[in-house]
Ligand binder design. Sequence first.
Ligand SMILES: [Fe+2]
Ligand SMILES: [Fe+2]
Length: 224
Amino acid sequence: MIQTYDAREVAPQQRAASLIDRLKQLRPGTELDVVMPQNGATLLQAVLLAAPHRFWFSPVDATAGSGLVRFIARLDASAPRVAEYLSWDHDRLDAILVECMRAADAGDWQNAQRCATSFRHGLFRHIAVENDILFAECEERTGMRDVGPTAVMRHEHEDIQHAVDEIVKAAAAKDSEALQRWHANLLGVLVEHNMKEEQILYPGTDRMLDDATREQLVQRLLLG
Ligand SMILES: [Fe+2]
Ligand SMILES: [Fe+2]
């Protein structure tokens, strides 16, 4: 069970220090969900500045408070890699989808709808940082935009987003049959897409960049 910490309950001037203290108590590999205050980006930047490389974070839900962000304490403080951060984000999103389908199977449509919305929020954000930051960086370095591997991946993103929108609609309509169909449809694209990213694109990008540029890129992906 992932614990939740509500940063809105702490006075603004103490928020950063208090959150960093709480995060430092996390055992490596464990996660914490944080309800963000307004201007949450400032808080995320403070965490990055105070404890570089110690935590990954990614939004879970836009509807809770001013947004819910999941943090994980990394297993070590080694130099950050694109492959490690975005693969963790894939696993995190996969788990939300599994929970959505499990809830729907059990007839718990309220939870299924909540998970579907959260999955959409997290995955659309994941796709946005890939399109706008990661792929853009690769394309600039390789000079291949319209014909290279990222062009195929961008196209797959559109198919993935369409299937996810249909999953959200099916969950809202409590339509088991449509949910199963769009879930199968999504996995038909997403599983191979994620595998290509984790095995080829992410490690390839990591290898292409020097340490300082890679670190800056991961930072942009985290805050994006
Ligand atoms: Fe992708
Ligand atoms: Fe991805």
